[in-house]
Ligand binder design. Structure first.
Ligand SMILES: Nc1ncnc2c1ncn2[C@@H]1O[C@H](COP(=O)(O)OP(=O)(O)OP(=O)(O)O)[C@@H](O)[C@H]1O
Ligand SMILES: Nc1nc2c(c(=O)[nH]1)N=C(CO)CN2
Length: 174
């Protein structure tokens, strides 16, 4: 079985519809509430994001399969990349944060096309806060427990700027 933790975000178009379609496609085990988050990364001239964390399990999917699925979902949402704006607005962003293999061991990958665990996750409150909300024991391999990471002063300040809005997924979807 592979277990994947996704961070999904949207700040263009119908943010909630883009996220809902992506959640449905990964057949989730757990989905956080939606958080409204200020743009992270320095490109501030863009709308706020809706961010969620999603956990999925599939015995037949490898980390590469999850990456390919995420990229297909981004394309389906009409995502266009602007090379001038690496942290610019997007209809849908699907990032793999951490993947665990059959034995519960973290998958590590260093290739540019797939870096695992996600190399910036420990700096992003919009990733860690929703993840912690659906898994109190969450651990970012190599960085420690999410619970502890969130005690860092600058992350804690960013975390206070997130606004938890409402659930986006419920049992009746399953
Ligand atoms: N863990 C990962 N999850 C998703 N994409 C990844 C991952 N590691 C590497 N990539 C690669 O990153 C490339 C750029 O992805 P994208 O344009 O979505 O980046 P971004 O979301 O803007 O930035 P960031 O990766 O900092 O969140 C993709 O082509 C993908 O192959
Ligand atoms: N709040 C927020 N900021 C971001 C996000 C995101 O999902 N949420 N994604 C980015 C590129 O991965 C860059 N900045």
């Amino acid at each position: 079985m592979t277990r994947v933790v996704f961070s999904m975000g949207s700040n263009l178009g119908d943010r909630e519809a883009a996220l809902t379609a992506a959640i449905a496609a990964v057949d989730p085990e757990a989905v956080s509430d939606v958080y409204e988050t200020p743009p992270w990364g320095g490109d501030d001239e863009q709308p706020t994001y809706y961010n969620i964390a999603v956990i999925a399990n599939d015995p037949n999917r490898t980390a590469d399969d999850w990456l390919a699925l995420g990229q297909r979902l981004e394309a389906d949402a009409g995502r266009v990349r602007d090379p001038e704006r690496p942290y610019g607005p997007r209809t849908l962003d699907v990032d793999l944060i951490a993947v665990t293999d059959d034995d519960g061991a973290p998958v590590h990958s260093d290739e540019p096309r797939l870096q695992l665990p996600h190399p910036l996750a420990h700096l992003r409150a919009f990733v860690l806060v929703p993840w912690f909300a659906i898994d109190r024991d969450a651990e970012l391999p190599g960085k420690g427990r999410v619970r502890d990471l969130l005690r860092d002063e600058s992350l804690a300040a960013d975390a206070r700027a997130l606004r938890r809005l409402h659930p986006i997924w419920s049992e009746h979807h399953e």
